[in-house]
Structure formats: C-alpha cells, structure tokens
Design a protein around this ligand. Structure first.
Ligand SMILES: *Cc1c(COP(=O)(O)O)cnc(C)c1O
Length: 410
C-alpha cells in the first residue's frame, strides 16, 4: 500500500506541491504533546516546546493554541513566537550562552517567564539591561550538573567540559550576584539531546533538587525547576519503541524529585520528541548510477535540506512511497546533488530497487530538518505542508532563487 500521512496520499502531495517537500502531521504532534501532558499531570508543570527543533510558524501555533510555552535560544526565535501570539510571552523561557543586549531588551520588554542565564558575564549584562529599562525579570541559572548522557558528542551538553551552563559547584555564589532587578526564581538544566534512557535525567534532577534546597536556605524563593529537553526517539525501524512508555519512564524519573522539592513548577523543554516523528522529507529519485562496485541513488533533496546525516552521521529510515512487489533488494548510498562527499542520506543501505522518478520518504525528519536547512549550492529550501485529517495545507511555500538573491547587491 502506498504511504499516506493521515488521510493524504504522499504521492499526490508530491505531485501537487513538488519535491523536495517536508510533510508534517498535525495530529501526530498534538498526540505527542498530549502524552507529555498526561505523564506529568501529577505535578504543576509547563511544557515549553524547544523552538529550534522546528520553528515553522504553523507548528508553533499548534503548540500555542494548546497552552504550551516555548524555549527559545535567540531573539529570532522569540520574534517567531511573538508573531504567532504575543500573549505566549508569559510562557517563554530564554536559553542560550550568547545572548546579546538587543535580544535581552526584546525579551525584557516582552515580559517572558524566565531567563536561563548561562554565565556570570551574562548575569551582569542582563542586570544592567533590566536596570536601564526598569523592568524586573525572573532568572534561573542554567547549571552544568556534570552528568554523562549517552548520545552523539555534538549534542551532549551536561558535562563540565562543555560550553553550556554554570558549574553547579559555583552556582550559589553566582545567585548572590543577581542584583535588584533580577529575581532568582528558578534553577535550570539541560544535559543534551537524543537521550533515550531516563536515568541521566533523574540524576541531573536530583542535583538540581539539592541546589534548590541550598538556595532556599540562602533566602532565594525558588519556584521554577526547569529540567530542559533532550528525550530521544528511535530512528531505526527495527528498534522497538513505545513513545507513551518512554514518556512515562521519563516522568517517573522526574516527578518524584519535583515532589520532594515541593513548591515548584516543573518546566520541560522537549523539542525532538514532539515533532521528529511527525515529519518526513519527500524526495524523488533523479538517477541511479554505479561507480565501481558501489550503487548510488541520486535524489533531488540534499544535505542543505536535511543536514542530520552529514552533521551527526544520523540514521534515517528511507522508504519508497509506492513499493514494487517482489523485486530483489539493492545495497546503495542515497545521496543528493550537492558537491560534497558528506552529502548523503544513507550509506550502504539495503533498499528495494528504485528507478528514476520514484518517490521516497526520508522518515522522522520533523525535528532538526527544516530548522537546520540552508541555501548551500544556491538551492532554494523545500516547501512545507501540514496535514490535518484529510487536508494538506502549505505552511511555507517553496523558496525561489529570487528569494535567495533579494538581499544582495551587484
Ligand atoms: C535544544 C534544546 C532543547 C531541546 O532538545 P531536544 O533534544 O530537541 O528535546 C531544550 N532545551 C535547550 C536549552 C536546548 O538547547
């Protein structure tokens, strides 16, 4: 049976909207948010979707309409959230190690929920900006708990040698420097991304809990416990994986810690887990070729459209949208047209036989797909469509070369 996204045939979507094409299921995204809400219902909490996973306005709107907040890591992401609904500012946390004064001013004026401060220098600058604007703001220090989590080295962030956060052993001293415009209201932590086991999250939460107790003894009224994002999915089809059970185990590691602290609202910043599996990148086979013993399937999407394989050696399942019956499998590299050997989606992958013109779906591409896309090789970025029930809607039109050259001058 040809692949569908809810009630929409992928073959007809590709014919209608062209390829490469990002397709997202609204129902799937809402389903994942619901799993989170259910798993954490025993404690006061706020899901703050991590915008960088997929920052399309229509997807942000799905979250905003259901009461979710946002974790932003730049002024640009904050502006996107404000463009969707200014009122969600009160549910926004602002993370990131390199906030600039203009970004701080925008966030202060918008009245966000919490600044996650990642260095003493940032604390000083934020305190200055807040005093200048005469706006009081709530802060949390993002502490580095020195917890090891098994994931790709580029997306592990919770150890002392990483650039993120403030050494948890120095945190109390830094909180004392908050100044009169900054209220020390929370503690936050984020240990990395694509972490599939709950244990390191629990370990980090316990270190945060201990710090909250100490900070309260120091006289700070800590009301927010931000435990970051990072819950992983399974990209390999043959790894059995029950999303509901995974969130339940994640919540089971965190909820008792939050309860033991008491008097805190838990802030959660999932990104990938909410959107990755709701999205696929559709691409058409352009050519099949053989160099020596190796087969290559050349498709019309490239690393500029989906960078994860090139950046993290990430694995994505690739499936033909309309499979042929009973033909022998081939082993091939699936590659794009970009002039880089790193431009691949799969290496030595066993695939059903493919022909030029065939449509394939690169699965689990809803997170860190379009948000990491670039215009390398002057390739316009793909269109994005959102499927709700039987209806497909363009949420971002395909770029044109004119869009690319518009800011330039001869
Ligand atoms: C990237 C990021 C997240 C989201 O990570 P996921 O792995 O997508 O859940 C959450 N919080 C912070 C501070 C981040 O940098």
């Amino acid at each position: 049976m040809p692949l569908h996204c809810n009630g929409v045939s992928l073959e007809s979507a590709a014919r209608r909207f062209g390829t490469p094409l990002y397709v997202y299921s609204a129902d799937h995204i809402i389903g994942r948010l619901t799993l989170f809400e259910r798993a954490f219902r025993a404690v006061p909490h706020q899901v703050c979707y991590a915008v960088k996973a997929n920052s399309s306005l229509a997807i942000l709107k799905l979250f905003a309409d259901r009461g979710a907040g946002f974790d932003v890591v730049s002024g640009g992401e904050l502006e996107r959230v404000l463009a969707v609904d200014r009122k969600t500012a009160e549910r926004v946390v602002f993370s990131g190690i390199g906030k600039t004064a203009p970004e701080m001013d925008l966030a202060l004026r918008s009245g966000i929920l919490l600044f996650n401060v990642e260095s003493e220098g940032e604390l000083e600058l934020l305190s200055e900006r807040a005093a200048k604007l005469r706006i009081r703001a709530r802060i949390a220090l993002r502490v580095n708990p020195d917890v090891f989590a098994e994931t790709h080295p580029y997306i592990s962030t919770g150890m002392r040698e990483h650039k993120f956060g403030i050494d948890i052993r120095r945190a109390r001293a830094v909180y004392r420097k908050a100044g009169k415009y900054l209220e020390a209201a929370g503690v936050s932590v984020h240990i990395g991304s694509q972490i599939r086991n709950a244990e390191p999250f629990g370990a980090a939460a316990q270190r945060v809990a201990k710090l909250i107790a100490e900070l309260r003894r120091d006289g700070h009224a800590i009301r927010y416990m931000d435990l970051g994002g990072g819950l992983g999915i399974e990209y390999h089809a043959d790894h059995a994986f029950d999303a509901e059970e995974r969130v339940r185990q994640y919540a089971a590691a965190l909820v008792p810690v939050a309860q033991s602290v008491g008097g805190v609202k838990l802030l959660l910043e999932p990104g990938r887990f909410l959107v990755a599996q709701a999205g696929a990148l559709l691409t058409r086979v352009l050519y099949i070729k053989k160099n020596g013993e190796k087969n290559f399937v050349i498709v019309d999407a490239a690393m500029n459209d989906l960078l994860r394989p090139a950046l993290y050696q990430a694995y994505h399942e690739i499936v033909p949208v309309t499979p042929r019956r009973a033909a022998r499998k081939i082993v091939a590299d699936v590659v794009g047209p970009v002039c880089e050997s790193g431009d691949f989606f799969a290496r030595d992958r066993e695939l059903p036989p493919l022909r030029p013109g065939d449509l394939v779906a690169i699965l689990d591409a809803g997170a860190y797909g379009m948000s990491l896309a670039s215009n390398y090789n002057s390739r316009p970025r793909p269109a994005e469509i959102l499927v709700t029930g039987r209806r497909a809607r363009v949420i971002r039109r395909r770029e044109t070369v004119n869009d690319l050259i518009a800011p330039e001058d001869l």
